[in-house]
Structure formats: structure tokens, C-alpha cells
Design a protein around this ligand. Structure first.
Ligand SMILES: Nc1ncnc2c1ncn2[C@@H]1O[C@H](COP(=O)(O)OP(=O)(O)OP(=O)(O)O)[C@@H](O)[C@H]1O
Ligand SMILES: [Mg+2]
Length: 254
């Protein structure tokens, strides 16, 4: 079993969990949130500065393409204007991805029945899982846990984990979502029977822009951790090469 990262060694519910570990984990969480809040302020300012000129460039390129379309012998120029437009689109997507991760995050907290949220999400995700030959299972605790949370953001966080799980099983497999409780917290596991996290990736998976996938942004887990930590929760994982991975979230009960 790959020993995951510092977070998971101190996951609540773990018998080795000591109050010193819990304190350290809490300090890490607060330091990360403070860092992201500062980054978010800078990011929002910068994004504003970049977004307006980008959309002006895009609009003008569009007009240029239209002018060129009626000009005989201007195919090469039209093609170049098209390439520029694609690059402008790519830049604005990169900016949106970054803002989703580092921008200001406003929580719209609601008293939420977590099992219902999981059921909704699983229904929504089932066609995508089936298309990838993945069987979706749930094992939900019988007592209905209620948490104060932002349901859309928590769904986004869970969806990132579910997508990663499916992507780790290119030949299909099983994806299991579990909930269980103790006095103070709700635990949510997303487990797959996929490749496992490569040992070299273990220390890096939560880092922004860390990805081993062609076409991945590497912001999925960084965003998920941000969302969970903004909810005073934690995320950790255990993984075994060739057997699968279990990501665990824990959130305070209401
Ligand atoms: N369930 C999993 N099984 C195996 N490896 C995983 C799993 N989840 C994440 N990883 C590893 O962690 C890396 C980072 O994951 P993350 O979700 O942040 O980015 P990504 O999936 O690569 O890209 P994106 O989510 O932006 O499309 C992945 O590239 C992969 O190497
Ligand atoms: Mg991902």
C-alpha cells in the first residue's frame, strides 16, 4: 500500500490520529486558505485586466476574418486570423480554469442532506460512467447526515473525484461512493478499482497544475481540496498500484 501524503496519515477516524497531528493538519489547512485568499485577490484583479482586452482582441479578429473572407487571394491571412482566434480562446479558458481554482470563493451555505446530494450526483453521473464501462455503487449510512454546506460546490468537488476515478480505469471497473459518520464528522469515500496513483505522483497530486494526463489541467484535485477546506473539511487518500485508490473527504456535521 502506498503511504499517501501527510494529510491522509492524520485522517480522522484513523486510530493513529493524535491531537498534535490534528493541530498540524488544521494549521496547514488555514495556511493554505490564507495563501489562496491572497492569490484570489491578485487573481481577480489580474483577470479583470486581461479579460476585457482579450474579448476585444477576439471580436476584432472575428471582424478581420469576415473582411478577409470577401477578399480574393487572402486565404493565408484568413487562416492566420483563425489560428490567432483559437489561441485567444485557449488563453481565456486558461484564465477561467485558474480563476475557478484561485478566484474568490463565496460559499452559499445550506442545511443539506448529504446522502441525497450523493444520490443526485450519482444519477447525473451514471450515463458517463456507463459509457466508460464503469459500474457505479453507493453504500450510504442509514442515519441521514445533515451538513451546512454549499451543495453546488460540494458536488463539483465530488465530481472531480468521480471523473478522476473513471479516468483511472480505462478498461472499466467499479466506482464506489460511501458515506459514514461519527459524532462530529461525516466521511465520504470515492473509491475506484483503477491503476492507483503512481508512487512518484503521490506527493504532488494536490498541487495546482500537476497532471499526468494528456489534456489535463491538473487543477481538479487542487480545486477539490480548496472547496473542502473552505468547508472546514479535509481530504486524504490511500492508493495501491494496480488495485485502486480511495479518496476520503470529511466534513463537520451540522
Ligand atoms: N483516482 C485516481 N487514480 C489514479 N491517479 C489519480 C487519481 N486521481 C488523481 N490522480 C493523479 O493525480 C493527478 C492530478 O489529478 P487532478 O484531478 O488534479 O488533475 P487531472 O485529472 O490530471 O486534470 P484535470 O482534473 O484538470 O482534468 C492526475 O493527473 C493523476 O496522475
Ligand atoms: Mg482530474
Amino acid at each position: 500500500m502506498v503511504e499517501p501524503d501527510v494529510d491522509s496519515k492524520t485522517a480522522p477516524g484513523n486510530p493513529e490520529d493524535s491531537s498534535a497531528d490534528t493541530l498540524e493538519r488544521e494549521r496547514d489547512r488555514l495556511a493554505r486558505l490564507e495563501h489562496l485568499a491572497k492569490l484570489g485577490e491578485l487573481a481577480s484583479g489580474l483577470a479583470h485586466e486581461l479579460k476585457n482586452p482579450l474579448s476585444t482582441i477576439k471580436l476584432n479578429l472575428q471582424l478581420l476574418q469576415e473582411d478577409l473572407s470577401s477578399l480574393p487571394g487572402a486565404e493565408t491571412s484568413r487562416f492566420r486570423a483563425g489560428t490567432l482566434r483559437k489561441e485567444v480562446d485557449r488563453l481565456s479558458h486558461t484564465l477561467d480554469d485558474f480563476l475557478r481554482f484561485a478566484g474568490r470563493l463565496e460559499l452559499h451555505l445550506q442545511s443539506t442532506r448529504l446522502n441525497d446530494l450523493v444520490r443526485d450526483l450519482v444519477d447525473f453521473f451514471r450515463p458517463q460512467a456507463q459509457g466508460a464501462n464503469v459500474r457505479l455503487h453507493t453504500s450510504l449510512c442509514t442515519e441521514e447526515p445533515v451538513c451546512l454546506l454549499d451543495p453546488d460546490l460540494i458536488k463539483q468537488a465530488l465530481l472531480n473525484l468521480m471523473i478522476n476515478g473513471v479516468q483511472a480505469m480505462p478498461g472499466g471497473g467499479d466506482l464506489i461512493i460511501r458515506t459514514h459518520l461519527d459524532q462530529q464528522r461525516v466521511y465520504l469515500d470515492v473509491a475506484d478499482t483503477g491503476s492507483g496513483v503512481a508512487p512518484a505522483s503521490v506527493p504532488h497530486v494536490f498541487e495546482a497544475y500537476y497532471t499526468t494526463k494528456k489534456g489535463g489541467t491538473g487543477l481538479g484535485l487542487a480545486t477539490t481540496r480548496r472547496i473542502i477546506e473552505e468547508h472546514r473539511g479535509h481530504i486524504s487518500f490511500t492508493s495501491e498500484t494496480g488495485k485502486g485508490t480511495n479518496f476520503r473527504l470529511d466534513l463537520p456535521r451540522q
